[in-house]
Design a protein around this ligand. Structure first.
Ligand SMILES: [Zn+2]
Length: 223
């Protein structure tokens, strides 16, 4: 019979709220893996720590997107500090459940563009202003769908720009994606300024986060 681990033995527990919490025994996302990359700009900041659920989700999603689209690489920006708490440039990202991820881009022929060491923004036609590349709607939807259909980990929010939200939802409707996935996307895709060059993913508290870290509750984070 399996014995439950004591709370102090659990790794990567999200504690308290995303904008006023901590990360207990943060799990480090290795800087490079199948289908994802933490570029040097963020590596140096040492903000690639998360709850065990978030780190697993990023590894799973990287692997899956690179299987679906060989050569696809998710550019991972800030997650949390090793022990969470306030993080420069962010209000949230405090409890190991948040991560910034660059959008996939393609060259004009539809071929994937290689990842770069920064986030790239897009104009109203989906062209990037710095590199001559385009917003890769099909592959970006596939990333969102992989996140939303992960069997173990729930998604709380995906913050994007208004334009990108519209593109993604229209695409899912026109291509007749599963109604349950479309409804989930409609619910969690939220418009917040500053998300034209990356999306911000926040996962739900896992059962272990709730049990061991009062996850989701403000001012109740015990270290
Ligand atoms: Zn963010």
């Amino acid at each position: 019979m399996a014995t439950a681990l004591p709370a102090t033995a659990q790794k990567g527990v999200s504690c308290g709220s995303a904008s006023g919490g901590k990360l207990l025994r943060g799990v480090r996302l290795p800087p490079q893996g199948l289908g994802y990359l933490v570029p040097s700009h963020w590596r140096k900041r040492s903000t690639n720590f998360g709850s065990s659920a978030l780190v697993k989700l990023l590894k799973d999603t990287g692997e899956a997107i690179s299987r679906e689209h060989p050569g696809a690489v998710l550019v991972i920006g800030d997650m949390s500090d090793e022990d969470g708490g306030q993080l420069r440039h962010h209000k949230s990202h405090q409890s190991g459940r948040d991560v910034d991820i660059g959008y996939l881009r393609m060259v004009s022929t539809g071929v994937l563009a290689p990842p770069v060491n920064k986030f790239i923004s897009f104009d109203g036609q989906g062209r990037s202003n710095e590199e001559s590349t385009y917003f890769d709607l099909r592959r970006n939807w596939d990333v969102i769908e992989l996140l939303l259909t992960n069997k173990e980990i729930g998604i709380e929010y995906i913050f994007v720009s208004q334009q990108i939200r519209t593109w993604l939802l229209q695409y899912s409707s026109v291509t007749k994606k599963k109604p349950t996935v479309q409804a989930y996307a409609n619910k969690v895709l939220r418009v917040t300024p500053g998300h034209n060059n990356h999306f911000h993913l926040r996962i739900k508290c896992s059962a272990s986060d709730i049990e061991n870290g009062n996850c989701g509750y403000k001012k109740s984070c015990e270290r």
